[in-house]
Design a protein around this ligand. Structure first.
Ligand code: SAM
Length: 275
């Protein structure tokens, strides 16, 4: 069995850094807001919904659920993220906790949302089993992940640039593939094993907004954990080559919109029903 303790430490320390928390909230805002709407649609949130927003982060999904009059509890293990979420959604109860071992009773929620949290779990299956445990039968789960390596968008470009220009000796602590559940067949099998039925996945053409092409590098370097660790381990010269490569992709593939560049970063939303 894989020892994921170093991975778990990296994730917790990374997301607990206030500057990374703010960097993510700002750098990925355009995509996360769009996805929050889709997640809330997928769980059919309304005034009768008791919703649990796991990996709530800066509260972007919690805000959307609240706007639909759901009663919401947000959970995150990062105090820095909880502080941002509390400022964004004063009507929500936020609890510091680990999505791998939830403090809530069995069958106590109608909906579980997980916006871009599953890729950070040391054991995604265990996370889905916990979500199934706290959901009532017939309750709904919806989670989002980014399309990763090989995808035509910012994250695919990043991996491509790191593979081509990064130092292969810079590695990350062993953990699950961050983009594993972007594959619908893997996600649906895991959901079925965890106690869900009727799984569906949809690819969304989400985007990041950057003020200059060179800023795409900063979105990952200052607002992520795994990607930032891969980048921070590179020499300054290699970092500059990767920055220039990403900027080139923005110039050729992003759409200019007023003062900003809209950069494709496709995401996948998967939803299912608790059996
Ligand atoms: C990429 S952010 C996503 C934030 C937000 N949900 C969104 O849709 O943009 C991932 C969040 O998951 C949290 N997280 C990662 N692993 C966690 C775990 N095991 N338990 C609780 N929170 C976790 C991090 O602290 C971070 O706030």
């Amino acid at each position: 069995m894989t020892d994921t303790r170093a991975f778990e430490r990296m994730e917790l320390e990374g997301w607990s850094n206030p500057s990374i928390a703010q960097g993510y909230a700002d750098g990925f805002a355009r995509a996360t807001q769009a996805v929050a709407r889709h997640l809330s649609d997928a769980v059919m949130a309304d005034a009768n919904t008791r919703a649990l927003d796991l990996c709530t982060g800066h509260g972007v999904v919690a805000v959307e659920l609240l706007q639909r009059k759901a009663s919401v509890i947000g959970v995150d293990f990062s105090p820095a993220m909880i502080a941002l979420a509390q400022a964004a959604a004063p009507g929500v109860t936020f609890v510091q906790g680990d999505a791998m071992a939830l403090e809530f009773a069995d069958a106590s929620f109608d909906a579980v949302t997980i916006g871009f949290g599953v890729p950070h779990f040391p054991d995604p299956y265990r996370g889905l089993v916990e979500a199934a445990r706290v959901l009532k039968p017939g309750g709904r789960i919806a989670f989002s992940v980014w399309q990763g390596r090989g995808s035509d968008g910012a994250i695919g470009w990043l991996f491509d640039a790191v593979e081509r220009f990064g130092d292969p000796a810079v590695t990350l602590p062993e953990g699950p593939d961050a983009h594993l559940l972007a594959d619908a067949s893997v996600a649906h099998t895991m959901l079925s094993d965890a106690g869900f039925i009727d799984a569906k996945s949809e690819v969304l053409a989400t985007e990041l907004a950057v003020s200059e092409p060179e800023r795409l590098f900063d979105a990952f370097d200052r607002g992520a954990v795994r990607a930032a660790s891969l980048l921070s381990g590179q020499t300054e010269a290699r970092r500059e080559i990767i920055r220039a490569e990403l900027a080139e992709r923005v110039r050729s593939d992003a759409v200019r919109h007023g003062a900003e560049y809209r950069v494709p970063v496709p995401s996948v939303i998967t939803s299912a029903i608790r059996n």
